[in-house]
Design a protein around this ligand. Structure first.
Ligand code: 0X9
Ligand code: ZN
Length: 305
């Protein structure tokens, strides 16, 4: 049965999603981003208690091996639909949620069947025997700038032959464009490192005009997580200053090209002890932290208007 005591493969996640859609038909809707290179459907769920609430879009598992992201995204979907706490009811009822628990479906499947540490997509290249592209370097915003991605097909951060070379990123960009007036917050779930990263990734010297607001939101997020029983530390700040330069990412593209003001990459547990292979016993603690952080992030975003 489905739950959050172990990690699940794609088929189990999709079967669970179907169950959820069947159990909560009046507030859920299935959507599709499009097809992956290997022909899989990239699925999402919309949760809405009435039309035209402010929208929050969650993209998860763009990197295949980051299994804690889809585990946390599915848990979060379940909470929005079943929790009775006031905080979570408010989140569920006051926003339109668009959640894609497993974005890199081909890579995720491959990480379950062949190589647990696979990161990229699964499309081959004409000029190399190496496979796949870093989906989070393939978006058409400052693509390949400032050494924030690689032109080597064998690199883990290969940006692709061109922006949108991967059907997955192209499909996501088209889907996001089609609903761009329906969401105002964009979140990209990753692991690991315990960071809340704001734009930009493409430059260490350029900052968005609302950087101070994003820092305040970051402080609220990290503070809420620190206050839980686990006392876990999250570091917040701009991607390029806190982590490294990363060009052509989904969050930067949404921020720059769709003109969104609030976009973050969340890097979940841990800080490298287990890394990508986070023990299943840490799924639920990570989820608690996600919820506390989310409530604070959204509260602070509203306060700042
Ligand atoms: O390198 C990445 O794509 C992310 N880190 S990870 O270890 N999960 O691969 C960071 C993405 C940073 N986000 C932006 N560039 N906006
Ligand atoms: Zn990642």
């Amino acid at each position: 049965t489905f739950g959050w005591k172990r990690y699940h493969e794609l088929a189990e996640i999709e079967a669970w999603l179907d169950e959820i859609l069947a159990t909560f038909p009046s507030v859920t809707e299935s959507f599709s981003i499009g097809q992956s290179y290997e022909g899989r459907n990239i699925r999402g769920i919309k949760i809405s208690h009435g039309s035209n609430k402010p929208g929050i879009f969650i993209e998860s598992n763009i990197h295949a091996r980051e299994w804690i992201t889809s585990a946390s995204a599915t848990w979060f979907i379940n909470e929005l639909l079943t929790s009775q706490t006031t905080e979570v009811r408010n989140l569920a009822e006051n926003y339109d949620w668009y959640i894609v628990p497993v974005f890199n479906v081909d890579g995720f499947e491959y990480s379950h069947r062949q190589n647990r540490l696979w990161r990229k997509t699964r499309q081959p290249h004409a000029t190399s025997s190496c496979i796949g592209v870093d989906g989070n370097r393939n978006f058409n915003s400052h693509w390949m700038e400032n050494n924030g991605a690689s032109s080597d097909p064998c690199s883990e951060t290969f940006a692709g032959e061109s922006p949108w070379s991967e059907p997955e990123s192209k499909a996501l960009s088209e889907y996001l464009t089609s609903i761009k007036d329906k969401f105002s917050v964009y979140l990209s779930f990753h692991s690991y490192g315990q960071w809340l990263l704001s734009p930009y990734g493409h430059s260490e010297v350029e900052y968005p005009e609302n950087y101070d607001d994003l820092q305040e939101i970051g402080a609220a997020f990290a503070g809420a997580i620190k206050n839980l029983v686990y006392g876990t530390d999250y570091v917040y700040g701009s991607t390029a200053s806190v982590l490294y330069v990363a060009s052509g990412s989904s969050v930067d593209w949404v921020f720059n090209e769709l003109d969104k003001k609030v976009g973050f990459t969340i890097e979940f547990r841990d800080k490298g002890n287990f890394g990508f292979v986070l023990p299943p016993a840490q799924i639920l603690p990570n989820c608690d932290e996600l919820m506390a952080g989310m409530v604070a992030l959204i509260d602070k975003t509203n306060q700042l208007g």
